[in-house]
Design a protein around this ligand. Structure first.
Ligand code: RTP
Ligand code: MG
Length: 148
């Protein structure tokens, strides 16, 4: 079953939006298979956002993500990678639709509350970068097959 990596960024945790954000993925019908509150090391942040290493916002992005705890998660379900990106909304909250997490709660592109893997390859890489195998729980919600 498809899996994606999501992380509630420091602003989401500081603003007490953890429950609200998790609720949106639960009520959509996805299954939580990994969850931890953690401080992010500089090394992890730089690897995770490595694709943006040459961008002007890179240093600020790493400073921000390492500044306070984040909630790292793995979610499972049909089409979860693309669907989570829709639930999250566009990168810049000025462009994200109301009804999305960033559209409803975000204002600034550098404080956009949550990260979501953007493709199958990055989802796989990010799940194994952030979680050890034994930290993920394989389980199937009862009756899922005929509810969703
Ligand atoms: P994320 O990786 O955090 O889920 O966000 P994303 O895919 O929607 O956006 P991406 O292009 O991967 O950018 C990563 C994060 O860098 C910050 N950013 N700042 N112009 C800017 O100042 C700027 N552009 C991007 C954002 O916080 C974005 O989430
Ligand atoms: Mg991205």
């Amino acid at each position: 079953m498809e899996r994606t990596f999501l992380a509630i960024k420091p602003d989401g945790v500081q603003r007490k939006l953890v429950g609200e954000i998790i609720r949106r993925f639960e009520t959509k019908g996805f299954t939580l298979v990994g969850l931890k509150l953690m401080n992010v090391s500089r090394e992890l942040a730089e690897t995770h956002y490595g694709v943006h290493r040459e961008r002007p916002f890179f240093a600020g992005l790493v400073d921000f993500i390492t500044s306070a705890p984040v909630v790292a998660m793995v979610w499972e379900g049909e089409g979860v990678i693309a669907s989570a990106r829709k639930i999250i909304g566009a990168t810049n909250p000025l462009n994200s639709e109301p009804g999305t997490i960033r559209g409803d709660f975000g204002v600034n592109v550098g404080r956009n509350l949550i990260h979501g893997s953007d493709a199958p390859e990055t989802a796989q890489q990010e799940v194994s970068l952030w979680f050890k195998d034994e930290e993920l729980v394989n389980w199937q919600p009862a009756l899922l097959s005929w509810i969703h």
